[in-house]
Ligand binder design. Structure first.
Ligand SMILES: [Zn+2]
Length: 112
């Protein structure tokens, strides 16, 4: 049984200390899970979506999410109308959440 503070060496399969950077059995350096875990990569790809969402949620009145995506024309329009009188940016927020907001290249900004 593998204990919580132990892990398997990815090279020789020996049970080693979880904090060990190098396997004492075969001497191979252990890959850090956080550095090359696929979940982490997926989160990196969605950061644009997350930033757009947060900007819209907190600074949507100023068109911040549109400035961030370099949609300056509509961004300035939102800025001077206070996010389209508080309606337009709410609609934007919903569109961002469902993944139908487009960046300046016309590509959808999605969660993943
Ligand atoms: Zn090993």
């Amino acid at each position: 049984m593998q204990k919580e503070y132990e892990k398997y060496c990815h090279n020789c399969g020996a049970v080693i200390d979880k904090a060990a950077e190098i396997c004492p059995k075969c001497g191979v350096r252990q890959a850090r899970l956080s550095n090359n875990h696929p979940e982490t990569v997926r989160l990196d790809l969605s950061s644009k979506w997350l930033i757009t969402l947060l900007l819209c949620a907190f600074l949507g009145y100023f068109g911040a999410h549109r400035f961030y995506n370099e949609k300056y024309g509509t961004a300035i329009l939102q800025l001077i109308t206070f996010g389209g009188f508080g309606i337009w940016y709410i609609i934007d927020l919903i569109i961002i959440i469902v993944g139908h907001f487009k960046d300046k290249n016309g590509e959808y900004i999605t969660m993943n």
